[in-house]
Write a protein that binds this ligand. Structure first.
Ligand code: 13P
Length: 249
């Protein structure tokens, strides 16, 4: 199965629209002609500027979150059709920081996945266990529940449009990357689960990203793993040189 390698930067709550324009202009000449697909998940207020700056570069722009309803009295929220209108191609859903600080549940995330698919946005569904869950040996149980609940009622042809990002919470922003062996073991578990749920053909087409302290010096050893198709990069995506090094791994 050939899956396109992709590197997704998640800027979290960093960078204004002006900073996004500057970053994209500086990044473009640093990207090697043959490299992974480059994607940036930027703050809502920088989406339009980033989409305009990325036009014709091949860099894809996405959002970091959205609501599960298309419209309504939900002060401060943004819907899938609003994202679609701003020209983004993907949206991160269920990031552990959303689960942890904004109490997002699997069932809420599941509805967002459905709305994103309806709006022809690519959902990047984030899953991953916490440190205590790994210590108890429950990491696979946790992933299985997240997958089961977030991907309910999804058909195989829709599943092949979904990207899964495995981000162990203990590796996010801590400098403690999962070893390539641990990351591969978890990605293989995810791919097997997807195969049982959606059939091996759909599962084989689905991109699985690893996230958690990805840096220029560990990207290559992660990318050679059979079931790792790309990376979701936080801190190291904020600096144009380090992000370019990751993209050109
Ligand atoms: P870091 O790369 O800063 O660990 O963040 C990972 C992450 O949360 C990406 O979504």
């Amino acid at each position: 199965m050939s899956r396109v390698p992709q590197i997704v930067g998640n800027w979290k709550m960093y960078k204004t629209a002006a900073a996004a324009r500057e970053f994209i202009a500086a990044l473009q000449p640093l990207i090697a002609p043959v490299c992974a697909r480059v994607c940036l998940a930027v703050p809502f207020t920088a989406l339009e500027a980033a989409v305009a700056a990325a036009k014709g570069t091949g860099i894809r722009i996405g959002a970091q979150n959205m609501h599960d309803q298309n419209e309504g009295a939900f002060t401060g929220e943004i819907s899938a059709c609003m994202l679609q209108e701003s020209g983004v191609s993907f949206v991160l859903l269920g990031h552990s920081e959303r689960r942890q600080y904004f109490a997002e549940t699997n069932s809420f995330i599941h509805r967002k996945v459905q709305r994103a698919l309806e709006a022809r946005l690519i959902p990047i569904l984030c899953i991953g266990e916490q440190f205590q869950e790994r210590e108890r040996g429950d990491q696979k149980k946790v992933l299985q529940m997240q997958l089961e609940e977030c991907l309910q009622e999804i058909f195989p042809d829709e599943a092949s449009r979904i990207i899964i990002a495995y981000e162990p919470v203990w590796a996010i922003g801590t400098g403690k990357t999962a070893t390539p062996g641990i990351a591969q073991e978890m990605h293989q578990f995810i791919r097997n689960w997807l195969g049982k749920r959606f059939g091996s053909e759909s599962a084989g087409k689905m991109s699985l990203l690893y996230g958690g302290s990805v840096k220029p010096d560990n990207i290559a050893e992660l990318m050679v793993q059979t079931d790792i198709d790309g990376a979701l990069v936080g801190g190291a995506s904020l600096n144009v040189e380090s992000f370019a090094q990751i993209v050109n791994y």
